[in-house]
Write a protein that binds this ligand. Structure first.
Ligand code: PEP
Length: 246
């Protein structure tokens, strides 16, 4: 790991209710015991829990993010949608954009670019997900895909310091599979090269758990982890953090 901020981002996906927030008491207690200053814990619950969670976390250093936002930063007739301004209003400081589960629902690079611009305008920080599918990996298209996602996703974006990249190979999300260290190192280095001089933070996401973290934490070009399934269990989440920082 590098000597920079180390991020642990919990993506709760479409899980969790008000009762589930009680399970965070353990994480809050643990976060207060962390000696290292440069650790950032961010919880991204479903939108229904953002307000309650940000109230609960007010006196802690744990921050709250959303899992998606609409591309318009204005109010409007978009039934069922939530924009970045509304998310900020209820306590979100970050938003995950470009997640493969949303790309699979039809979000393309152009739309993700609009969403990033809009969320930046509202003052949110972005966790921008990129990654190749299994088919693209098998066809040796990983670099081509990453390159296009970066180029189109970040097109004409000025406020680069508010963007964190999350490299999440689609075939790794929720499958228990993680890339071979040499492949992961290669992809991270390719992403860095594509991003140019700006020192972006780059997270890895995809089936991170308390076993494979021992291997992942040795890749010192990664600035942290985006954690789905394992983040829903406070014990597993804490275990991942402990094994990374100790
Ligand atoms: C994710 O949803 O971003 C993710 C990485 O999920 P999981 O950890 O469950 O693979």
């Amino acid at each position: 790991m590098t000597n920079k901020y180390l991020y642990f981002v919990a993506n709760w996906k479409m899980y969790g209710d008000l009762k589930a927030l009680n399970s965070l008491d353990k994480v809050i207690k643990f976060s207060k015991s962390i000696k290292q200053k440069k650790i950032k814990l961010i919880y991204c619950p479903p939108s229904t829990l953002i307000n309650s969670l940000s109230n609960k976390l007010k006196k802690t250093k744990i921050e709250v993010g959303a899992q998606n936002s609409h591309e318009s930063d204005k109010y409007g007739a978009f039934t069922g949608q939530i924009n970045s301004k509304m998310l900020k209003n209820v306590g979100a400081r970050y938003v995950i954009l470009g997640h493969s589960e949303n790309r699979q629902l039809g979000e393309d690079n152009k739309k993700i670019n609009s969403k990033i611009k809009s969320a930046l305008k509202s003052g949110l920080k972005i966790i921008f997900c990129i990654g190749e599918t299994l088919k693209e990996k098998r066809n040796k298209k990983t670099n081509q895909v990453l390159s296009k996602q970066i180029k189109m996703g970040l097109k004409l974006i000025q406020k680069k310091s508010s963007i964190i990249i999350a490299y999440e190979p689609v075939w790794s999300i929720g499958t228990g599979l993680i890339p071979k260290p040499k492949d992961l190192i290669k992809s991270i280095s390719f992403i860095k090269k594509k991003l140019g001089k700006k020192p972006y933070k780059i997270l890895y996401g995809g089936s991170v758990n308390s076993d494979n973290i021992k291997q992942l934490k040795n890749i010192n070009t990664i600035d942290g982890f985006l954690i789905g399934g394992a983040s829903q269990d406070p014990k597993k989440f804490i275990d991942i953090i402990k094994k990374t920082i100790n």
